[in-house]
Design a protein around this ligand. Structure first.
Ligand SMILES: CC(C)(COP(=O)(O)OP(=O)(O)OC[C@H]1O[C@@H](n2cnc3c(N)ncnc32)[C@H](O)[C@@H]1OP(=O)(O)O)[C@@H](O)C(=O)NCCC(=O)NCCS
Length: 169
């Protein structure tokens, strides 16, 4: 299988925040943003693997900035690293100033998807070939995040989390 760049899986969803999607402070409801990010990330994982993909875990979400009613929200997802059957997808969320059009980063998240066959069994995916400095940085740290996620899910033992142990040595 030929390696693919993160750019090849890039997926951009742009949409508005409507009244039914907000919390009592008139900001975007967190669950709605999680769903938008899941959708974009799942399309990115499909573009990378050309397979059916399922969300295996949400590794990190930072709701660092509220997204007010009426905002134009852009969710950008790219596969940052692929392992055997799983893919880490990085998601950046931007909001756009109505008058200037200037974009500011509002949130970010990291999801893990697994490519599966028609019966739901995991199948191999192509490798990722990072190009930009940011893509290389995200690629390099992805194994550490995978081990942390597996450790928290109780799927590996602390001794097997080699990348995490290295942090404390
Ligand atoms: C995701 C799923 C396919 C994994 O199946 P599994 O039997 O655990 O398969 P494996 O143990 O072989 O794991 C497959 C890959 O997922 C990775 N993985 C599994 N759980 C993970 C987790 N919590 N965090 C990070 N990676 C994980 C494994 O490391 C492995 O990666 P690799 O092949 O790239 O090394 C299975 O748990 C599933 O179908 N879950 C439901 C998915 C779903 O319905 N999502 C939508 C929720 S509404």
């Amino acid at each position: 299988m030929q390696a693919k760049t993160p750019e090849q899986s890039k997926t951009i969803l742009t949409d508005m925040v409507l009244p039914g999607e907000t919390n009592p402070l008139n900001n975007l409801f967190g669950g709605e943003l999680l769903a938008r990010m899941d959708r974009a990330a799942s399309i990115a994982a499909r573009r990378h693997s050309r397979r059916i993909v399922v969300t295996a875990s949400v590794n990190h979400v930072a709701f660092s900035k509220a997204v007010p009613l009426g905002s134009v929200v852009t969710v950008e997802a790219k596969v940052s690293r692929a392992f055997k059957t799983s893919m880490e997808v990085f998601i950046d969320v931007w909001i756009e100033d109505r008058e200037s059009g200037e974009r500011t980063i509002a949130n970010e998240a990291i999801y893990t998807f697994v490519a599966v066959d028609d019966t739901g069994r995991p199948v191999s995916v192509p490798e990722v070939k990072p190009e930009t400095a940011l893509e290389k940085e995200r690629y390099a740290a992805a194994l550490r995040r995978k081990q942390l996620s597996l450790l928290l899910a109780g799927k590996i033992k602390p001794n097997d989390a080699t990348e995490l142990k290295a942090l404390f040595e």
